[in-house]
Design a protein around this ligand. Structure first.
Ligand SMILES: [Fe+2]
Ligand SMILES: [Fe+2]
Length: 218
């Protein structure tokens, strides 16, 4: 692929991601991702969150030591800390609700495992960032918004955790991924690999949340 200017490259990545979002959002509604919540569904959703937060930290941590510039290395290490902090907060909430915090962590759905195995297998920082932080992590505030609206009336504490901590921290680290990609994905071959990683990541994420929604207690 010919080398794109940073801005064009980010636009290309964003276009791909948004195309997946449209497809995924239509599908989520069709398989009942937005149906009314029961306490069992809330618990399951929190258990899913434990896997997503902890895995995001784990797959990213191994690359932090290889970020050349300190002004990106430091915020990326804080990102890892935040995701682990979110894991702890979610695990604590699950315990308060008398659930098993590691139910999905210990026995992940195959599609969820496939998603994170893919991220763990990526061979460069830029591909990882394109696929996780610039990719499906951008969907988190969108799916959380409807979850917060629906959970607020039955479990205000969980709604507050999502709104006041998880999403607030998310907003604080959204700038890092585009900055890393524009600074380090400087040649056509790397940019091409990033696009492929983002597409594959979105595809696997779509499958993982579909499998998750289908496995939901009724
Ligand atoms: Fe998080
Ligand atoms: Fe996050």
């Amino acid at each position: 692929m010919e080398t794109l200017k940073a801005e064009e490259f980010l636009n290309r990545l964003a276009e791909c991601r948004e195309a997946y979002w449209e497809k995924l959002n239509a599908e989520r509604k069709s398989y009942g991702a937005e149906k009314p919540l029961s306490p069992a569904i809330v618990l399951r959703r929190l258990q899913f969150g434990v896997v997503m937060e902890r895995k995001a930290a784990e797959v990213t941590a191994r690359w932090v030591g290889q970020i050349p510039d300190l002004d990106l290395q430091q915020p990326m290490s804080e990102y890892v800390v935040n995701e682990l902090k979110h894991t702890s907060i979610l695990r604590q909430r699950i315990k308060e609700l008398n659930g098993d915090p590691d139910a999905l962590w210990n026995e992940p759905l195959p599609e969820l495992k496939e998603l994170w195995d893919f991220h763990a297998s990526l061979t460069s920082l830029c591909e990882l960032i394109a696929s996780v932080q610039f990719g499906h992590e951008e969907f988190f505030p969108r799916t959380s918004k409807s979850f917060i609206e629906r959970v607020a009336s039955i479990d205000p504490k969980t709604a507050s955790i999502y709104r006041d901590t998880l999403l607030a921290d998310e907003a604080g680290h959204e700038w890092i991924a585009p900055e890393i990609l524009s600074r380090y994905a400087q040649d056509g071959a790397t940019q091409q690999k990033c696009l492929e990683a983002l597409k594959r990541g979105c595809e696997l994420f779509g499958r993982a949340i579909q499998s998750f929604n289908r496995s939901m207690p009724s």
